[in-house]
Ligand binder design. Structure first.
Ligand SMILES: *Cc1c(COP(=O)(O)O)cnc(C)c1O
Length: 379
């Protein structure tokens, strides 16, 4: 029986059969040694042990991809995928507003390999086109962006890449496969930090790359050398976590929409950034390429309100790094993710000192609103 519905795929796709004891969930196979007599030579760093294959199959199905590879972190997935597609002398077009870790990777590592890159000025298709050079090999995207939730037109950029013979790659972490499936718009390689929505409980480090078979063979050729495979136990835990992915993210979408609308009407709040708001500049695009608007939102406090006091006075919402767990969290980009930039650099990226990034959990929305209201008054 082929499973077609997303929620059913979350629960069942890729599950391993327990032929020995007939248990109802995937067994965990910790072995690092498998018989060489078998046709498939299994080994963790070949990314083909049973639990690694089970998760890869599940996420590939959720993204409408043919295959996948499961890594030990989001950055292992991203760095391996990029290096597998780039050689000395190549150039890549990178979307502005990239996740800090990806930006650091490119800036620190690419010069060592003789790979050059250009960050786009804006996020319009024309900005991507303008950045293409004669030795450009691909385009790298991340939409919605961090922390201002700006969108890039997936279909238009995929078409641009195809018309110029370039590959296209996306970090789909913020949307999760529940809200956005870039392969359907013509993007070649889709990546996730599984540490975020796929894991969803802030207790697994992981990454994933999915695409068609040719893409995955190419990434695998580098992956087996770079060795960033996920541990078997994490893979087993991740498979378990993804069973509730659709339920979790749908609850996060609903909570985030209500919170964004509520914040928009709050006198202590200046701007609210959420693609689900009709006032968001990319709202129309969001309805075209996203199935839900996501659990991430940002907002800025009015001048005179203190970000530090706001964060200190949250009781339920945790002021911690990272995102996408079932618990709501909030942070100041100036004090955390963007702390290494100068004030000028931050302002160039429109990151005001008053900005708060909010990762919506699955708590009762009334409890979250009460917590936000108290902290906003005390701020
Ligand atoms: C967290 C994150 C990453 C990196 O993932 P790790 O699991 O921390 O290596 C990459 N991209 C985005 C958008 C992220 O949020």
């Amino acid at each position: 029986m082929t499973i077609k519905q997303f929620n059913t795929q979350c629960v069942h796709e890729g599950q391993l059969e327990d032929s020995q004891f007939k248990g109802g969930v995937s067994p965990l196979y910790m072995a690092t040694n498998y018989s060489f007599g078998e046709e498939k030579k299994r080994y963790p760093r070949y990314f083909n042990t049973p639990n690694l294959e089970a998760v890869a199959q599940k996420v590939a199905a959720l993204e409408g991809a043919e295959a996948g590879l499961v890594f030990s972190s989001g950055m292992a997935a991203i760095s391996t995928a990029m290096l597998s597609y780039l050689s000395q002398g190549d150039h890549v077009v990178l979307q502005n507003d990239l996740y800090g870790g990806s930006r650091n990777f490119v800036k620190t590592e690419f010069p060592k390999y003789g790979i050059t890159y250009t960050f786009t000025e804006g996020l319009e298709v024309a900005d991507f086109e303008k950045a293409i050079q004669t030795n450009t090999k691909g385009i790298y995207l991340e939409t919605p962006s961090n922390p201002l939730l700006k969108l890039v037109d997936l279909k238009a950029v995929a078409q641009l890449a195809q018309s110029r013979g370039l590959w296209s790659m996306i970090d789909n972490t913020f949307a999760s496969p529940v809200n956005q499936n870039p392969i359907a718009f013509g993007i070649d390689v889709v990546m996730h930090s599984a540490t975020k929505y796929l894991g969803g409980h802030s207790d697994i480090s992981g990454g994933i790359v999915v695409g068609n078979r040719t893409v995955i063979e190419r990434v695998f050729d580098s992956a087996k050398n770079l060795g960033g495979n996920m541990s078997e136990f994490s893979a087993w835990l991740l498979e378990r976590s993804i069973k509730t992915l659709a339920l979790r993210v749908q609850a996060q979408n609903a909570n985030a929409q209500q919170i964004a609308e509520w914040l928009q009407d709050n006198a202590a709040v200046d701007q609210v950034y959420y693609p689900g708001l009709k006032t968001h500049p990319d709202h129309q695009l969001a309805t075209q390429q996203m199935k839900g608007f996501g659990g991430m939102l940002s907002f800025s406090l009015q001048p005179g309100k203190s970000v530090e006091r706001f964060l200190e006075n949250l009781q339920l919402i945790k002021p911690v790094m990272s995102l996408a767990g079932v618990e709501s969290t909030a942070l100041s980009p100036r004090l955390t993710s963007h702390a290494l930039l100068t004030e000028e650099e931050r302002l160039a990226q429109e990151i005001s000192p008053q900005l708060i990034r909010f990762s919506t959990g699955i708590e009762a929305v009334s409890d979250l609103l009460n917590d936000l209201e108290t902290a906003l008054i005390k701020a």
